[in-house]
Design a protein around this ligand. Structure first.
Ligand code: PEP
Ligand code: MG
Length: 612
């Protein structure tokens, strides 16, 4: 829940822009709870400085590949924008459609792309310089001539616009500059990548609304982690919202209300107050144990994506970190952090947890996570046209880039001198990956011991994420190699249901309660329990109190979630009995219709509420 900015006074743009606009309510995906009231801010486009670099002959093919990847990414972005046109008013579509078509044409086999490739190959210069020089040359050529000046200017602007998009994609420059957003504003943007989200200052912003994004994408996860009320996938947002216009973001209902009427505004303020009181009530649970009514203890831990969350974790009552996503260390920078820098970062977190355990997941690069420092090392997901979610992601990359992996393992082991840690491997699908990782892990440990480090004996546990159907169905084999399982339901649901977790288009089909996902989870949980091996759930469903009885009933006793969810989940744990949860889980697992499962979950929740 955010405080309201500009309460009681009209925002600057409203004052300047007569006539007043009517109230409009846009809908999207409710990704991060809470209500924000504030003026719309559109972040400034970040400036891109291009340096001209001369290439050696053998660098040319790689540079052309980089350019092709930027073209492919730009085409994907434009295709997405075009797909969203359907929901816009007719005159906006008439305006935008030909423009997007013109852009798409320029990204095909056009004078522009041919010219850029030629410059890279013949002038032997980097792709960025080739894009800039060719774009300018073409724009000048278009402007030369006295006929149809307006048409010429429009075409030159289009060429420059596509050049800027290519440069942004080549240099991984965020679309916007987030540092200068006015305090208390509601950020409205077309896209917000996970790396962009890492740049947001939660204390400055009231809330976030974006046209793109899915329910369980990493952007959504980060916004929840930052406790910023947010709605993603808001069709027509950029068309409708004007800078400075007053907006209400309802991150629970999934709505963005522009220019609210006085009644709507009063209702939102009331909801804001109620939310704050509920938060205060839940804060009182912090010191109470997470035990069911019949005395079964449950471990509730926090997921951490950014170090700024540490104080939130301390306030939440979480006992340790069940998933430390280390990607943040590699984002928004050009170089890869070395062993010392990583050791310092992990040590700070381990020390801050004051003896509570920390599960550190090694780098999970790939899929929708684009990490600049690795791109600079030539790792561009989808560069060769492959699907980045199915390619060299997570452990697959680390086993190829063993220097990177060894540095990270060494840094984690150094941090383990300061408190209990566990090491978690992402995107594992076969036991051989765990064996190879363990071999490297032990080799790194031997090297550190030779350097005089007094490492824990045995070494900190090495576990695997169960986040693909393959890993879940072969969990018995993985259980022989791993020391613990952490079930990642975000990816498990994506890969099982063939629905991109960060896409708005098919969001209604993304359902972690689909029986296929639940059966895979059950299979993996039972494999772990048979081996008496620790198993936790660290996907986003772990933070949904409605699902706590089901997860407990399936045999899970350890849940890791965004810090702000801990009090509500603790309340759910304290209100159930394990036997009832087990009966409920059996009933759910007999179902084959996701809708029926959703109904049963809702009914069980209502029953608990009535009993409370
Ligand atoms: C998951 O996939 O459920 C998970 C916890 O990992 P991430 O969200 O970082 O991919
Ligand atoms: Mg995952």
């Amino acid at each position: 829940m955010r405080s309201e900015a500009g309460r009681g006074r009209s925002s600057p743009a409203r004052a300047a822009s007569a006539p007043e606009k009517p109230e409009r309510i846009l809908t999207g995906l409710a990704v991060s709870q809470g209500i924000a009231i504030g003026p719309i801010a559109l972040a400034e486009a970040a400036a891109i400085t291009v340096e001209r670099r001369a290439l050696f002959d053998d660098q040319v093919p790689h540079e052309i590949e980089r350019f092709d990847a930027a073209v492919a990414q730009s085409r994907r972005q434009l295709a997405k924008l075009k797909a969203r046109l359907a929901v816009l008013p007719e005159d906006a579509v008439r305006e935008l459609e030909p423009l997007l078509d013109a852009y798409a044409q320029m990204l095909g086999n056009s004078r522009l792309t041919r010219g850029i490739r030629r410059r890279i190959g013949e002038a032997k210069i980097n792709a960025e310089a080739a894009v800039e020089e060719e774009t300018e040359a073409l724009a000048h050529a278009l402007l030369a001539g006295d006929d149809d000046r307006a048409g010429r200017q429009r075409r030159a602007d289009e060429v420059r616009e596509i050049g800027r998009r290519l440069l942004r994609n080549l240099t991984r420059t965020p679309f916007r500059n987030y540092a200068a957003l006015p305090e208390g504003s509601v950020l409205a943007t077309e896209v917000l990548t996970p790396a962009d989200a890492a740049l947001l200052e939660p204390g400055r912003l009231a809330g976030v609304a974006a046209e793109e994004g899915g329910l369980e994408g990493h952007t959504a996860i980060m916004l929840r982690a930052l406790a910023l009320p947010a709605v993603l996938g808001v069709a027509g947002l950029m068309e409708e919202a004007s800078p400075g216009e007053l907006a209400i973001v309802d991150g629970s209902a999934g709505t963005v209300t522009l220019s609210p009427t006085p009644d709507t505004l009063a209702a939102a303020r009331k909801a804001l107050g109620a939310y704050a009181r509920e938060k205060q009530r839940l804060a009182k649970l912090r010191r109470l144990p997470a035990v069911t009514k019949d005395g079964e203890p449950v471990e509730l831990q926090a997921n951490l994506e950014l170090p700024v969350e540490l104080p939130l974790i301390a306030q939440s009552g979480a006992v340790g970190i069940g998933l430390l996503r280390t990607e943040f260390l590699f984002m928004n920078r050009d170089d890869v952090p070395d062993e010392d820098a990583q050791a310092e970062a992990y040590t700070q977190i381990v020390e801050a947890m004051q003896g509570d355990p920390v599960t550190i997941r090694v780098l999970d690069w790939g899929g929708e996570k684009q990490i600049e420092s690795l791109v600079a090392h030539g790792w561009v997901p989808g560069a060769g046209g492959e699907n980045p979610a199915l390619g060299v992601r997570g452990i697959r990359l680390l086993l190829k880039e063993t220097d990177l992996f060894e540095d990270q393992l060494a840094a984690i082991l150094r941090a383990s001198l300061k408190g209990p840690v566990r090491v978690l491997l992402p995107m594992v699908t076969v036991p051989a990956e765990v064996r190879a990782a363990r071999e490297l892990y032990e080799r790194v440990a031997r090297r550190l011991k030779r350097r005089g480090l007094d490492l824990p004996e045995p070494l900190p546990p090495l576990g695997v994420m169960i986040e693909t159907p393959g890993a879940a169905l072969a969990a018995d084999g993985l259980a022989l190699e791993a020391d613990f399982f952490a079930i990642g339901t975000n990816d498990l649901a994506m890969y099982t249901l063939a629905v991109d977790r960060s896409e708005v288009g098919a969001a209604s089909l993304y359902d972690p309660l689909h029986p296929a996902v639940l059966r895979l989870m059950q299979f993996a949980i039972e494999a772990a329990l048979r081996m008496r091996m620790p198993v936790s759930v660290c996907g986003e469903i772990a933070g949904d109190p409605k699902l706590t009885p089901l997860l407990l009933g399936l045999g899970v006793r350890s849940l890791s979630m965004t810090a702000s969810a801990v009090p509500r989940v603790k309340q759910a744990v304290r209100s159930v009995e394990i036997d009832a949860c087990a009966r409920f889980a059996r009933l759910v697992m007999e179902q084959s219709d996701p809708q029926r499962i959703a109904e049963l979950v809702a009914q069980f929740g209502q029953k608990l509420k009535a009993e409370a």
